[in-house]
Design a binder for this molecule. Structure first.
Ligand code: ADP
Ligand code: MG
Length: 322
C-alpha cells in the first residue's frame, strides 16, 4: 500500500528544480513575486458526480483540473506562476495517479506553472487547485470595467462542450461521430492564457470573464458588476465545428447558454479593434465580435436582421440552470 508521503513523492514531487524559492516538502512553499507585480489568485474545485462523471479518464481529469484554474488567470490577463493541489482520493490507485499526474503536468509545463504544494487525503474523489499568477497593477481585466459603447468579443468557439454533454445524457440522438468529435471540448478545455496576457499587456480590453456556465450567464456577471447592459447578435456567435452542423435553434441555444466552453468573453473600446485583433494574432487565438455594451441595463439578444429574440421562449432559462 502506497503511503501518503510515497504517493506525493512518486507522483507529484518532481526532480528538476523549479522557479519557486521552495517547492513541495516543507510546511509552506516560498515564492518570490516579480517586483512591482500584483498576485492574481484563484481556486476551483472539481467534484466527482458534479463536475465530471464517475470513472472519467484520469489523464483528461488532470488536464481539466488545472485548465479551469488557468482559465481564471486568463480571464484576468494574468501570467501563470504556481499552483497547489488538494486531492481527496478513495484509494491510492497507481494507474489513476499516473494518468492524472501526466495530464496535469503536461498542461502545467506548457504554461510554466509549477506545482508547489498541496494536501492529500482519503475520501470521495475531489480535486481542488489554487493557482497563483501575476499581473501588472491596473492591467487586470476586471468584471467591473466594461463601458457603454464597448465591443463584446468571444475567443474560439462555443457550444461543442454542451453538445457533447447532451450526447452523453441522451437529450437527443447525437451520432457517435459527432459525439466523439465534440467530446474533447468537454473533457480537455483549452485555457486562453496567451490571449488574456496579450489583451492585458496591450491594454486592449476593459473587462473579461471566462465562460464556464454559459455565455448569457457569465456575460451577465460583467453587466451586473459594470452596471451596464448589452446587445448580443445570436447569429454572430461562433459555434463549434460540430455544433455548426446542427439546426439553428440548437446552435443558438448551446452557443448562448451552453457551459464548459472556457473561452474568454471580453469587452474593448471600438477604437481598440486593431489592438484586439493584433493581440489575438499574437496569441494565435481567433476572436469574434458578437455585440456591444449598452448604457441601458439588461441583456438583449437579436438575430442577424436585428429582430429581438425572446430569451425565455428560446429555452435559455431552461438551460442556464445546468
Ligand atoms: P502538512 O503536514 O504541513 O499538511 P503534508 O504532510 O500534508 O504537510 O504534505 C507534505 C508536503 O507535501 C507539503 O509540502 C505539501 O504542500 C505537499 N503535498 C501534499 N499533498 C500534495 C499534493 N497532492 N500535491 C503536491 N504537493 C502536496
Ligand atoms: Mg497536509
Amino acid at each position: 500500500m502506497l503511503s501518503e508521503f510515497d504517493l506525493i513523492k512518486q507522483y507529484f514531487q518532481r526532480q528538476q528544480a523549479g522557479r519557486a524559492v521552495l517547492g513541495i516538502g516543507d510546511d509552506c512553499a516560498l515564492l518570490a513575486p516579480s517586483p512591482g507585480m500584483q498576485l492574481a489568485i484563484s481556486c476551483d474545485m472539481l467534484v466527482e458526480g458534479r463536475h465530471f462523471f464517475a470513472g472519467a479518464d484520469a489523464r483528461m481529469l488532470g488536464h481539466k483540473s488545472l485548465a479551469v484554474n488557468l482559465s481564471d488567470l486568463a480571464a484576468m490577463g494574468a501570467t501563470p506562476r504556481a499552483f497547489t493541489l488538494a486531492l481527496s482520493l478513495p484509494s491510492a490507485d497507481r494507474s489513476w495517479l499516473e494518468g492524472f499526474s501526466a495530464g496535469l503536468f503536461a498542461l502545467a509545463d506548457a504554461h510554466q506553472c509549477e506545482l508547489v504544494g498541496g494536501d492529500t487525503t482519503k475520501g470521495p474523489l475531489n480535486i481542488c487547485i489554487t493557482i497563483f499568477g501575476e499581473v501588472a497593477p491596473g492591467r487586470a481585466l476586471r468584471r467591473d470595467a466594461a463601458k457603454a459603447g464597448d465591443d463584446i468579443w468571444i475567443s474560439g468557439t462555443l457550444g461543442d462542450a454542451r453538445l457533447a454533454l447532451a450526447g452523453y445524457r441522451g437529450e437527443f440522438a447525437l451520432d457517435a461521430g459527432s459525439l466523439a468529435a465534440a467530446a474533447p471540448r468537454m473533457h480537455a478545455p483549452t485555457p486562453r492564457v496567451a490571449l488574456g496576457m496579450a489583451l492585458s499587456g496591450q491594454g486592449a480590453a476593459h473587462a473579461a470573464i471566462d465562460i464556464s456556465d454559459g455565455l448569457v450567464g457569465d456575460l451577465g456577471h460583467i453587466l451586473a458588476a459594470s452596471q451596464v447592459g448589452a446587445t448580443l447578435d445570436a447569429d454572430a456567435l461562433p459555434a463549434g465545428p460540430v455544433l455548426a452542423r446542427q439546426q439553428q435553434d440548437l446552435k443558438r441555444r448551446f452557443c448562448a447558454a451552453g457551459g464548459d466552453d472556457y473561452e474568454l468573453c471580453f469587452t474593448a473600446p471600438a477604437s481598440r479593434r486593431e489592438a484586439v485583433i493584433a493581440a489575438a494574432a499574437r496569441a494565435g487565438t481567433p476572436v469574434t465580435r458578437v455585440g456591444a455594451i449598452d448604457a441601458e441595463p439588461g441583456l438583449r439578444l437579436v438575430d442577424a436582421s436585428g429582430s429581438t429574440l425572446d430569451l425565455s421562449l428560446a429555452g435559455f432559462d431552461h438551460f442556464s440552470g445546468d
